[in-house]
Design a protein around this ligand. Structure first.
Ligand code: PGA
Length: 256
C-alpha cells in the first residue's frame, strides 16, 4: 500500500465544548500555528459554533466540519440538523458514527449508513468512525467487527462517492481514556479496514482512501502513530482543544 498516494488529515473533534467566544479564541489561536501544514487540517465543532468558526477560518487552510447530521432531508425531526443545512453554510466535513453517538444516542450501523449516504448526497465529506469496545478486543473479534461496521456503513456508497469518505479507526477503549492503542495495534486495524475497502472497491480505492487513527492521540504520541504505513492522520478529541497540542499533532502529520 502506498502512503504517498493519499493525504494525511488531522481533524479536531471538539465534542460538546466551547461557547462561541471560546470557539473563536481557540480557532484564532490554532490558525497561525498550522498555516504551513503539509496535511489537511479540519476543525469539527458543535453546531452552534459552525458559523463563528467558518467566519474565523476564511482565507486560512483550516476546513470546518460538523459532528453529526440527520439522514432525512427535512421534516418533523425536532432537534436534528440535515446534511443540506450544513452544506448550505459552507461546512465541508461531517463526522458520522462516532462511538459516543453509538453508545449514548442509539446510533446503529444502519443509521450510520443512512447518515453517510445523506451526507455524501449533500456534497459533504464524511469522517466515518468505526472501532471496537474493549470486550470485543478481548474476545478477539476486532477485525471482524471493524470490517462489518465498515461494510454496513458503506452499503450503497458508489466508488465515486467513496472519494469523499475518510475512515477513522477509533477503538472505544482508547477514547478519552488516556489509553492509546500502540502504533502497531492502530496500524493493524487500519490495514484491516483498507483490506475491506479493497474487497469492496478494488486496489486503487484502497490505496487512495485516508484512514485515520483516533483515541487519546496527543502531542507526544502522534508522531509514532501517523508514521505507520496504514495510518493517514488522526481524529483528535481532548488534544484538539489546546492549540499548541493540536498544532504539534499537525506538525507530526506534516512530517509523516
Ligand atoms: P480523544 O477523542 O482524543 O479525546 O480520545 C477522540 C475522539 O473521540 O474522536
Amino acid at each position: 500500500m502506498n502512503k504517498a498516494l493519499r493525504k494525511a488529515v488531522i481533524a479536531g473533534n471538539w465534542k460538546m465544548n466551547k461557547t462561541r467566544p471560546e470557539a473563536k479564541e481557540l480557532v484564532e489561536a490554532i490558525k497561525p500555528l498550522v498555516a504551513d501544514a503539509g496535511c489537511e487540517v479540519v476543525a469539527c465543532v458543535p453546531f452552534t459554533n459552525l458559523e463563528t468558526v467558518l467566519e474565523a477560518v476564511k482565507g486560512s487552510n483550516i476546513k470546518v466540519g460538523a459532528e453529526n447530521c440527520h439522514f432525512e432531508k427535512s421534516g418533523a425531526f425536532t432537534g436534528e440538523i440535515s446534511a443540506d443545512m450544513l452544506a448550505e453554510m459552507g461546512v465541508e466535513y461531517v463526522i458520522i458514527g462516532h462511538s459516543e453517538r453509538r453508545q449514548y444516542f442509539g446510533e446503529t450501523d444502519e443509521t450510520v449508513n443512512k447518515r453517510t449516504r445523506a451526507a455524501l448526497a449533500a456534497g459533504l465529506k464524511v469522517i466515518l468512525c468505526v472501532g471496537e469496545m474493549l470486550a470485543d478486543r478481548e474476545n478477539g473479534i476486532t477485525d471482524e467487527l471493524v470490517a462489518m461496521q465498515t461494510k454496513i456503513a458503506l452499503k450503497g456508497v458508489s466508488a465515486e462517492e467513496l472519494k469523499n469518505v475518510i475512515i477513522a479507526y477509533e477503538p472505544v477503549w482508547a477514547i478519552g481514556t488516556g489509553k492509546t492503542a500502540t502504533a502497531e495495534q492502530a496500524n493493524e486495524v487500519c490495514a484491516v479496514i483498507r483490506a475491506t475497502i479493497e474487497k469492496l472497491y478494488g486496489k486503487e480505492a484502497a490505496d487512495g482512501i485516508t484512514i485515520q487513527y483516533g483515541g487519546s492521540m496527543n502531542a507526544k504520541n502522534a508522531a509514532e502513530l501517523v508514521a505507520q504505513p496504514d495510518v493517514d492522520g488522526g481524529l483528535i478529541g481532548g488534544a484538539s482543544l489546546k492549540a499548541p497540542d493540536f498544532a504539534a499533532i499537525v506538525e507530526a502529520a506534516t512530517r509523516g
